[in-house]
Design a binder for this molecule. Structure first.
Ligand code: FES
Length: 163
C-alpha cells in the first residue's frame, strides 16, 4: 500500500509510490534495487538520507539497505565527482586493453581507481560487463553515456570535452 505520510521528500515519495503502483513486485522488499536507483538519481549518491528514505519506504533496516547497495557497482556509496568515468574491466574489455585505459586515466587524473579528483570533477571506477562486449574497451560516463572501442587518444579527447 502506498505511503501517504512520511519523512521522505515529496517528489521522491511520489516516485517510490509510482514504482509500487506498477504492481510488478510481489513483495515490497523486491523493490530494493529499483528504489535505490530512484534514490541515487534524487540525491546523486547513496547518502545517509537516501538509505533512510529507501529503508523507511520498504520497511527495512538502514543497515540492510546499505549492505545491499554496497554490493552493486552502479550505486555510489561515497559522493562521486561531477563526472563518473566507469571503465569495464570484464574479460572482453580486459583483452581489448581496458587496463591500459585505467592506468592512463589514473596517471592523467592523479587518482587511483575508486577515487575522486580533489576538485570534485572526476571519479574513476571499474565496473563489470556493460553489455557491449564486442565493442570494447567500453567506457561509460555518469551511468548513461556509452563510449565504445576506447583508445588512449579517444579518452584524452573525451576528458577534454568534459572539462
Ligand atoms: S566485457 Fe566489457 S562490455 Fe562486456
Amino acid at each position: 500500500m502506498a505511503l501517504t505520510f512520511s519523512k521522505i521528500p515529496g517528489e521522491l515519495l511520489e516516485k517510490f509510490n509510482a514504482l509500487e503502483e506498477k504492481g510488478k513486485y510481489p513483495k515490497r522488499k523486491s523493490m530494493l534495487v529499483p528504489a535505490l536507483h530512484i534514490a541515487q538519481e534524487h540525491f546523486g549518491w547513496i547518502s545517509d538520507e537516501a538509505v533512510a528514505a529507501v529503508a523507511e519506504f520498504l520497511e527495512l533496516s538502514p543497515n540492510y539497505v546499505k549492505g545491499d547497495a554496497s554490493f552493486y557497482t552502479m550505486f555510489f556509496m561515497d559522493k562521486p565527482g561531477k563526472h563518473v568515468i566507469q571503465v569495464c574491466h570484464n574479460v572482453s574489455c580486459y583483452l581489448e586493453g581496458a587496463e591500459d585505459i585505467v592506468a592512463h586515466l589514473e596517471r592523467k587524473l592523479g587518482i587511483k581507481c575508486g577515487g575522486t579528483t580533489p576538485d570534485g570533477k572526476f571519479s574513476l571506477v571499474t565496473v563489470e560487463c556493460l553489455g557491449a562486449c564486442g565493442r570494447g574497451p567500453v567506457v561509460q560516463i555518469n551511468n548513461r553515456e556509452y563510449h565504445e572501442y576506447m583508445t588512449i587518444e579517444k579518452i584524452d579527447s573525451l576528458l577534454e570535452s568534459l572539462e
